[in-house]
Design a protein around this ligand. Structure first.
Ligand code: FUL
Length: 495
């Protein structure tokens, strides 16, 4: 009886202790950090978004057949570059425009592979000349990118008009061609930042399909390409490689003209996204820098630096990344006209967005600042310290606040750049920017079109993305009028 009672006591005590542990799950928040607003980006998605501005290089069989979409029946011998293709020249040229990386097309819908692959004979191995046979784009592209300190990745078309297997009602294409090709490509470097999978499965476009000419369709791309398996396999080799398109880690911005919505959430779909969508999928804008196609065509010319700058403002400046296409020609190099406009764009970006006038401000203050924690302050000084891991925030429940900037003399101001601390989610819904010459009469700038911020927002103070007209002011204030939770900003710049 006695023993029984004491056993019961021990059990009771134990269960209270266990219960106590179970209940004691409130994580300590010594730094007083704001709670995240979900969904939030993964570390891979964050790194991807920091790439901001990168190039697309469409080069391949179409470069030699004057086509945009081949049908897969093109003889390998037609691929015959006049020099050995030179990705180092491509990347050097786009680096001059401030781009941080590039994606090379290594297989387009026609199925011709620009590397020696074990999966098909339809590749550079059977090219029409020595220059073609000496081509290995994934290899030379990744080596050059690493040398130049740039990020890189590959476009590999899931749709394959050359393969007899594609859309044949079995899993042969995926198991014998597509997944092995993605794996071969992943092995060109574990530091790849993005693999680009186009969504095109043109059921209305007749293909060669290994001699069985005709049109084919697949019922459901994600199931057909075994996407979760592909994603896990590629991530195991290249952990920071975002699987664009069918991979579902980043989204198409919804047009190929190089613009994102002025309101642009990193969730949802299309140009503006959706604040209430439950998946982090920031937008990528793919645009052509030249006036003909994605591939090189004779007689084409690049857009002007001014036009490209506008595209930059309307994509990178609106919470999207920009992948800007420059097609190498039949010599395997970018034409000189492209190289020149890239240099002009680089100069323009430096002149217009290169000198932050916040550094010259005589005072920067905020009407609300979050209470500091043990190891973290949320002061406005964080906006200009060049550290993306420190940020300004308000206390919980405070969804409005004004940041005031003052200079000791009148300045000509053109743009305001804001960056949210998106590790904690995209939060800001509405803000205004005003300027003043005397600190008492204020003028609203940017035609009231200021809603979301996200990873990065660049607002032209004159309301125009095409005209570089500044405004004179000694005072500037940014008022956050609405936010999904207390707002956070890690950087503010004024140009
Ligand atoms: C599209 C493709 O069909 C085009 O040929 C091009 O590669 C573009 C970037 O994506 O959907």
């Amino acid at each position: 009886m006695k023993r029984k009672a004491s056993t019961l006591m021990v059990l009771l005590l134990l269960s209270t202790a266990v219960r106590g542990q179970l209940y004691d799950v409130t994580l300590p928040n010594a730094d007083n950090e704001p709670a995240p607003v979900h969904p939030v980006p993964s570390q891979r998605q964050l790194l991807w978004q920091e790439t901001e501005f990168y190039a697309f290089f469409h080069f391949g069989m179409n470069t030699f057949t004057n086509a945009e979409w081949g049908d897969g029946s093109e003889a390998e011998s037609r691929f015959a570059p006049t020099k050995v293709p030179n990705p180092r020249q491509w990347l050097t040229a786009v680096k001059a425009a401030g781009m941080k990386g590039g994606i090379a097309v290594v297989k387009h819908h026609d199925g011709f592979c620009l590397w020696p692959t074990a999966t098909t004979t339809h590749s550079i191995v059977n090219a029409g000349n020595e220059n073609g046979r000496n081509t290995n784009i994934p290899d030379s592209f990744s080596v050059a990118a690493r040398d130049l300190g740039m990020k890189y990745g590959f476009y590999v078309s899931p749709w394959d008009l050359n393969s007899a297997y594609w859309g044949d009602g079995t899993s042969n294409y995926v198991n014998k061609v597509f997944l092995p090709q993605c794996l071969e490509l992943a092995k060109y470097g574990s530091d790849q930042f993005e693999m680009w999978f186009d969504g095109a499965t043109g059921g209305d476009h007749a293909g060669y399909y290994g001699g069985n000419r005709g049109t084919r369709t697949i019922p459901n791309a994600s199931n057909y390409y075994d996407i979760p398996n592909l994603r896990d396999t590629v991530h195991a080799i290249a952990p920071n490689c975002v699987m664009w398109g069918v991979g579902d880690e980043a989204r198409w911005i919804g047009n190929e003209q190089g613009w994102a919505g002025e309101t642009n959430w990193a969730m949802g779909s299309g140009e503006s996204g959706n604040m209430n969508a439950w998946k982090w999928k920031a937008g990528e804008s793919d645009a052509k820098a030249t006036n003909k196609g994605w591939f090189w065509h004779s007689g084409e010319s690049p857009k002007s630096a001014n036009e490209l700058f506008k595209i930059y403002l309307e994509t990178v400046g609106r919470n999207a990344t920009l992948i800007l296409n420059f097609p190498p020609d039949q010599s395997g190099e970018l034409p000189q006209a492209d190289v020149k406009v890239l240099q002009e764009l680089g100069t323009m970006l430096k002149e217009r967005l290169g000198t932050d006038l916040m550094a010259e401000a005589s005072s920067v203050t905020a009407t609300a600042t979050r209470t500091a924690g043990a190891g973290r302050s949320y002061s406005v000084a964080n906006l200009t310290d060049g550290d993306k891991e420190t940020y300004w925030a308000t206390n919980d429940g405070e969804h409005t606040a004004t940041i005031n900037v003052e200079w000791s003399e009148t300045k000509t101001l053109h743009y305001v750049m804001l960056m949210e601390y998106i590790r904690l989610g995209q939060r800001i819904k509405q803000f205004t920017i005003e300027t003043s010459l005397d600190g008492s009469t204020w003028t609203k700038r940017a035609s009231g079109s200021t809603t979301t911020v996200g990873y990065k927002r660049i607002v032209p103070l004159n309301g125009s993305t095409s005209n570089y007209g500044g405004v004179n002011a000694r005072y500037l204030r940014v008022t956050i009028e609405d936010s999904r939770s207390c707002p956070t900003l890690h950087t503010m710049a004024v140009y």
